[in-house]
Design a protein around this ligand. Structure first.
Ligand code: SF4
Length: 457
């Protein structure tokens, strides 16, 4: 029997990644590489749309970037401008019709959209649009934006996009491609990142800067919250078409989602995570022999914890990097087997030791509980857990796949109860104040809704 491995990993899922390029002879190949670098942000589907200045065409499919595209497909995607998207579904089912970029022809020509984020008023907008004749091809919230653009009475594409986006609420870092323009735009709260870079006479836009490193683009700056950049043969223009809002950068991008080799919200993700680990060691010290990361997402915070506490750092849990989305399970597969397929504790390191495990989050607690049991089985004398952010008590409505509030263990259990449930000797979360202090940030710069229930929109 083939089983999905997702159920055993109990992690919050990244949302989507977007990449765009203007004026490069190998636009589709560069976009492919950009998406490859952003693969951690979504593994369900991917696509690229290109323009050769006359025609806009695209290809998308289900699966990982390396499986979707081959040299022939990329060769056929001819053009100097391109946008790409990789997706993990947050709204709309996981099926091809919901894969992006979403390309349509309307009265003014062709336009493609790639969206990272989640809109919170699509149900009412969609209902209104359908009542007045719009026919939707997908269940994606992003398609609503396309319909609003097509219906706008404004003359230019820039004004039509602005007109459409003034009607939506929620989080969006968006790329649009027409036959002769690449447009990038970030919602006024700035929930999701979007970065601008330069490459051989052209421009690139990406969810994260790690994509720029791979294609040897030069990182210029972040697209600012509420900013729209229009890139065409006249160069790059920047517009701020929305009323100013407080900023609400998704703090979980820094804690867990983004790659540690990226800059996000102007910060090095690697250093941000180390700093969280250092603060955690100050707030929640423990007597132990070893600091062990929960790989890979706990690596940087563990290093920070170990350096601050001066407890030796060891890679006591080894990750299998080749775990796919499914595997063939023996007749009676257990959850324990699923957990062990991905992460295996090293007996020689852990036996008879007091261990501090550093994690980036506890979602349901079910998987962590099995991992703790596995550590005890190889002889760990004490197992302490430290988490590099506060407890997750509330779901996200801005584009991250969360379980329901009831499923989040911290929404209905105290720290002591979670500690007991997971079979730990002690448990300690980083405080909200400590998290902001470690990031040298203020509460009104970040979205903290999944921790404190205060939703910015
Ligand atoms: S609710 Fe949490 S995961 Fe969602 S945008 Fe806010 S900080 Fe990020």
């Amino acid at each position: 029997m083939r089983a999905s491995t997702a159920m055993w990993f109990d992690k919050l899922k990244e949302n989507c990644g977007v990449f765009g390029i203007y004026n490069h002879p190998h636009a589709s190949q560069i976009t492919y590489l950009g998406l490859y670098a952003l693969q951690h942000r979504g593994q369900e589907s991917g696509g690229i749309v290109v323009s050769d200045g006359k025609k806009v065409r695209g290809y998308k499919n289900m699966g990982l970037v390396a499986d979707i595209f081959n040299p022939q497909i990329l060769k056929e995607l001819k053009g100097h401008h391109a946008i790409g998207h990789i997706r993990y579904s947050t709204t709309g089912a996981s099926e091809l019709k919901n894969a992006q970029p979403f390309l349509v022809d309307y009265a003014q020509g062709s336009i493609a959209i790639a969206h990272n984020g989640n809109l919170v008023n699509t149900v009412e907008l969609r209902k209104k649009l359908e009542e007045t004749g719009s026919i939707f091809q997908s269940t994606m919230d992003s398609e609503v934006i396309i319909h609003l653009i097509a219906r706008s009475e404004k003359k230019t594409i820039e004004d039509r996009i602005i007109d459409a986006l003034r009607q939506v609420r929620g989080s969006f870092s968006l790329l649009f491609l027409t036959k002769d323009k690449l447009i990038g735009i970030r919602d006024p709260f700035g929930f999701r990142p979007l970065c601008l870079g330069k490459i051989e006479g052209g421009y690139v836009l990406s969810s994260e800067t790690c994509a720029f490193d791979l294609i040897q683009a030069h990182y210029l700056r972040e697209i600012q919250p509420g900013e729209m950049v229009v890139i065409d043969k006249g160069g790059l223009r920047s517009i701020y078409p929305f009323p100013k809002k407080r900023h609400a950068f998704c703090i979980f991008e820094l804690i867990y989602f983004a790659r540690p080799d990226s800059y996000v919200f102007g910060k090095s993700v690697y250093l941000a995570r180390k700093s969280l680990g250092r603060q955690l060691a100050k707030e929640k010290p423990v007597e132990a022999d070893l600091v062990v990361p929960m790989p890979d997402s706990g690596n940087c915070a563990s290093l920070g914890y170990a350096q601050e506490s001066r407890i030796p750092f060891e890679l006591g849990i080894v990750r299998n990097h080749y775990v796919g989305r499914t595997f063939i399970q023996p007749s009676q597969s257990s959850r324990d087997l699923g957990v062990k397929i991905k992460l295996n504790p090293v007996r020689e390191i852990l036996n008879n030791k007091r261990v501090v495990i550093v994690e980036d989050s506890i979602v349901r607690g079910t998987t962590s509980r099995i991992r703790i049991k596995n550590l005890r089985e190889v002889g760990a004398k004490e197992v302490h857990m430290r988490v590099s952010c506060p407890p997750h008590r509330y779901p996200c409505v801005y584009g991250i796949d969360f379980p329901t509030k009831e499923e989040l263990i911290a929404s209905s259990h105290t720290e002591k109860e979670i500690c007991q449930f997971m079979g730990l000797d002690s448990l300690g979360y980083l405080s909200l104040e400590g998290m902001l202090k470690a990031l040298s940030s203020k509460a009104d710069e970040y979205c903290l809704a999944c921790f404190n229930g205060e939703y910015p929109i």
